[in-house]
Design a protein around this ligand. Structure first.
Ligand code: NAP
Length: 311
């Protein structure tokens, strides 16, 4: 199936272009980029021109930051194209609901991708937790923003999410693997004095079984980087590390199944395989649970002003 990629930035180059190239399902038929080009692929400077010129391309994958994404997704759906969305699927929940309604009304597929859910050990973690009583959950997502987001201004603008840009990945895993849903009860957000989005967040959740569930996201961590989810249950302890790439049960590292390939390298190939299946079945997958928790953190969050941040 032919597909067009829109927004040729970091994630498009790191993951989408190689995943599409390696996939038996997809042919990269066009790109839309205001600044760049993809070698060997017809590139358009704007989406409207591509949609008009290439009615043969039924699927559009949007690799833009969250704020411009709604207008692009709405235009693609209005032009009768199936749409795949980078995470988070929009800047607001209302936008995402509007897109879902548009897709449903037109019989088109729409996919809110959560790449971290596709990390190699997430499905085994979910399987191990099924049926167990959760006692405590501790999420630590601590990384160096200068290392991972150099010069990315949009993450500091309204709608850019700040530390929730990586933090929502942790929440996408959490909402996938926990047997019962949690909701937010307290948030403390640290905003640099010169920025519009938080650099750190401290979250507490209500669990229906009374488990103690908390998360710390911090973009000021230098040296070793931490992406862990620790879960104590009535039948032992689970640790997901490296963003879902590694799993330990009661301290024993669990092997990655050979079929999974590289522990994180399989994330985008699996997303594109899922998109192919959705288009084939006319399905919509717009799970907004991670984004709901983030929206609640902004609604409920106590705001602390901290040191100015300079790149
Ligand atoms: P990026 O490189 O800063 O931007 C992606 C591209 O989007 C830009 O190169 C630009 O493409 C287009 N763009 C930027 N601002 C725009 C605007 N205002 N209007 C229209 N187009 C605009 O960002 P990224 O790191 O790839 O992240 C994009 C999305 O992927 C985010 O939602 C992020 O959370 C998600 N993501 C990123 C990573 C990562 O490692 N970076 C990992 C997973 C998911 P053109 O110049 O081609 O027009």
């Amino acid at each position: 199936m032919k597909i067009a990629l829109v927004g040729i930035g970091k994630i498009a180059r790191d993951q989408h272009i190689p995943a599409v190239a390696a996939s038996p399902d997809w042919e990269l038929a066009a790109a839309v980029s205001r600044h760049g080009a993809v070698d060997g692929v017809e590139t358009f400077a704007d989406l409207a021109t591509m949609l008009a010129a290439r009615p043969d391309i039924p699927v559009v994958s949007l690799c833009l930051p969250p704020v411009p994404r709604f207008a692009y997704a709405a235009a693609a759906l209005a032009a009768g194209r199936h749409v795949m969305l980078e995470k988070p699927p929009g800047a607001t929940l209302s936008e995402c609901h509007a897109l879902t309604a548009m897709a449903r009304a037109r019989g088109l597929s729409l996919f809110a991708t959560w790449h971290s859910r596709e990390a190699a050990q997430v499905a085994p973690a979910k399987a191990w937790l099924a049926g167990k009583a959760i006692r405590r959950v501790t999420v630590n997502w601590k990384e160096d923003v200068r290392r991972w987001h150099p010069g990315q201004d949009w993450i500091w603008q309204p709608g850019g999410l700040g530390v929730f840009d990586p933090g929502i990945n942790a929440l996408s895993i959490l909402t996938e693997i926990l047997p019962d849903p949690v909701h937010l009860t307290r948030a403390r957000l640290a905003f640099p004095a010169n920025r519009q989005t938080p650099i750190a967040a401290d979250l507490a959740f209500v669990h229906p079984g009374g488990a103690d569930v908390s998360a710390v996201f911090d973009w000021r961590q230098e040296g070793d980087q931490t992406w862990t989810i620790d879960i104590a249950t009535d039948e032992g302890a689970l640790l997901l590390a490296d963003g879902g790439a590694r799993l330990s049960i009661d301290g024993a590292e669990q092997p990655v199944a050979a079929a999974e390939g590289a522990p994180l390298g399989g994330e985008y190939p699996r997303l594109y395989a899922r998109m192919a299946a959705l288009v084939a079945s006319g399905g919509i997958d717009m799970d907004l649970a991670p984004m709901t928790l983030v929206a609640d953190a902004f609604t409920l969050g106590e705001r602390i002003v901290t040191d100015p941040f300079h790149d």
